[in-house]
Design a protein around this ligand. Structure first.
Ligand SMILES: CC(C)(COP(=O)(O)OP(=O)(O)OC[C@H]1O[C@@H](n2cnc3c(N)ncnc32)[C@H](O)[C@@H]1OP(=O)(O)O)[C@@H](O)C(=O)NCCC(=O)NCCS
Length: 190
């Protein structure tokens, strides 16, 4: 278990079929794919196992987690250290000086739970965990510029827009611009 507070609970994803099935259910739902991975890029079970198992068994630097709301699994969050990025990527993120910078990605897979403040609770909890337990100096997240709900959620958690990353991510056949958003340790723990 990573985090338990009030009605939310975040745990590491396990190398068990039920966990892979959960992610496959969510990442074959067009409503989710529209904002995460793309509707032209669904992840049925075999593809989930192929892509997520290396993370689950620790062969990949990305740490995959499942989160719960009121004891119901509703979504996925992953975090990873950016330290080992190539220098060009570090410069793109403006990270050439800073160590111990983490990135986060997340989605609520059970779409009826969108827009109820749960994403804000989950991201705030994982942000606090990364600062307090893993001693992150900075955390970044990079929503598509047109994902207004995600951007609003991240701003509510204290992330601020740093710069636009042009043509940052291939999404539904187009290279989309993303906002680089960041939160600093010294700003979050005051
Ligand atoms: C992004 C996501 C994690 C946010 O979690 P959430 O629980 O839905 O978000 P919250 O309810 O905590 O906050 C959303 C905020 O955006 C606002 N919002 C919703 N739709 C909006 C829109 N179209 N334009 C602007 N703001 C919008 C909400 O009103 C709320 O702000 P408020 O509290 O000031 O009213 C979740 O919606 C999700 O998983 N979406 C699909 C996948 C995705 O986009 N993942 C992120 C990829 S970067």
């Amino acid at each position: 278990m990573l985090i338990q507070e009030q009605d939310i609970y975040i745990r590491l994803m396990q190398d068990e079929i039920q966990d892979y099935q959960l992610i496959a259910k969510w990442l074959t739902d067009a409503k989710v794919l529209e904002f995460y991975e793309g509707r032209d890029n669904p992840f049925p079970l075999a593809k989930i196992i192929e892509n997520y198992k290396p993370m689950v068994i620790g062969e990949d630097r990305v740490i995959p987690c499942i989160f719960y709301y009121q004891n119901i699994p509703i979504g996925y969050v992953q975090y990873y250290l950016l330290n080992e990025l190539p220098e060009t990527d570090r410069q793109m993120y403006g990270l050439n000086q800073t160590d111990n910078v983490y990135a986060i990605d997340l989605f609520i897979g059970a779409t009826k739970y969108w827009n109820q403040g749960i994403g804000t609770k989950i991201l705030s909890a994982i942000t606090t965990y990364l600062f307090e337990v893993l001693l992150a100096e900075k955390i970044v997240i990079d929503p598509h510029v047109d994902n207004a709900r995600a951007i609003r959620c991240y701003e509510k958690c204290g992330f601020v827009k740093v710069k636009v990353l042009p043509a940052h991510e291939l999404h539904e056949g187009e290279y989309s611009d993303c906002w680089l958003m960041a939160i600093d340790r010294n700003k979050s723990l005051n």
